[in-house]
Design a protein around this ligand. Structure first.
Ligand SMILES: *Cc1c(COP(=O)(O)O)cnc(C)c1O
Length: 363
């Protein structure tokens, strides 16, 4: 391995391959999190996170946490829903189900609308559920359900929420930075996300973009309480030790995103990579799980070809330098997933397709 070439191309949905300069940033100087240099770094990251979707710092806060994406989702649900509030959780994959699990553990009143993994969320059913549950104050939904690659229709759900005065909480962990998130237009109350998916940072830092007027101390959790983090971060400090080197990497990754043209440009690039892959796999008779237009640009699920089992496919591709990702739960055997996040090139996809041809004996 050379300094700027990873041994393995990661096609799993995070952590992603880093660019050489983001990797280099990880070796930045040791820094005390109580010193002004840290305050500046943290402030710059918070500002850059808001700039990804052009948000006004008066109305919105980016609250930084140490932890993976799940920490941000858990912080969002426990910190935003009031004691007397009630959540409606939409499930059509692993991550929607995880939100219900979090609500259950913390005793947050919640109702659940469940669809089989990968199925489209039926808007009429959501409308009915909101009518049948008049005490619902918040709706929680996964934007991009990484379980299957399905992009849930946030704009339509937002319109339903607005009509019923229900606040919208979004798990944007695998979409923030590469898919459209119209925070103002869709009246999003909070959105949880992470450094190491579409933003191309290193794993271990996550964040919640939250509308300032929905943040109040809720007293459900000490470590994940967003109101505390926000208050202290606004005062240019941090309540607990932060992973300084991961902050350097995220700062650099956000600078690169901006230089490359922001989320629109990243969206286009992912889409082109995903298209190249889809065409190439289709020529090998490997078909996608979802029809074109229903998947995110971030990740696509494909049926495992009949001639091979998943583990053999995975191991053979890995031997050639590529890590694909298994399905989860009931989809473990039938599908594999390929994400185009991270420092991946068209040449990498070309080589991946050659590896598929080799493994399937179709050279
Ligand atoms: C990756 C992911 C998460 C969080 O996973 P972590 O392993 O905690 O980073 C949550 N929601 C979605 C939609 C994800 O893709």
């Amino acid at each position: 391995m050379t300094a700027d070439r990873p041994v393995l191309i990661l096609l799993n949905p995070g952590p992603v391959n880093l660019t050489p300069s983001v990797r280099q940033a990880l070796t930045g100087p040791d820094l005390c999190h109580r010193e002004p240099e840290f305050a500046e770094l943290q402030e710059r990251i918070r500002q850059r996170l808001l700039e990804v979707y052009g948000l006004d710092a008066e109305r919105w806060a980016a609250v930084l946490l140490a932890g993976s994406g799940t920490a941000a989702v858990e912080a969002m649900l426990t910190s935003v829903v009031p004691r007397l509030g009630k959540l409606l959780v939409i499930e059509n994959g692993v991550y929607g189900e995880r939100m219900s699990q979090i609500a259950g553990i913390y005793g947050i009143a919640h109702a659940v609308l469940t669809y089989p993994w990968g199925h489209v969320v039926d808007l009429a059913a959501v409308e009915q559920a909101l009518a049948a549950e008049p005490h619902v104050t918040h709706l929680a939904v996964v934007h991009h359900e990484t379980t299957t690659g399905r992009l849930n229709s946030l704009g339509d759900l937002a319109a339903l929420c607005r009509r019923r005065d229900v606040r919208l909480l979004v798990d944007g962990v695998s979409s923030f930075g590469a898919e459209e998130l119209d925070f103002e237009g869709w009246d999003i109350a909070a959105c949880a996300a992470t450094a190491n998916k579409c933003l191309h940072g290193a794993p271990g830092v996550s964040f919640v973009i939250v509308r300032r007027d929905v943040l109040e101390p809720r007293g459900r959790t000490l470590y994940l309480d967003l109101a505390t983090y926000c208050r202290v971060q606004d005062a240019r400090s941090t309540p607990y030790t932060q992973p300084v080197h991961l902050y350097y990497a995220l700062d650099r990754a956000l600078a690169e995103l901006a230089m490359q043209g922001g989320w629109h440009a990243r969206h286009s690039r992912y889409r082109a990579l995903a298209h190249q892959l889809r065409e190439g796999l289709s020529a090998l008779g490997i078909e996608p799980l979802l029809p074109e237009g229903q998947s995110s640009v971030v990740l696509r699920a494909y049926h495992v070809p009949a001639s091979i089992d998943y583990t053999t496919l995975h191991d053979a591709l890995k031997a050639q330098g590529f890590v694909i990702y298994a399905g989860q739960g009931t989809l473990t055997r039938g599908i594999f997933r390929v994400s185009t996040m991270g420092a991946i090139t068209f040449r990498d996809i070309e080589r991946l397709l050659a590896a598929f041809r080799h493994v399937l004996g179709k050279e």
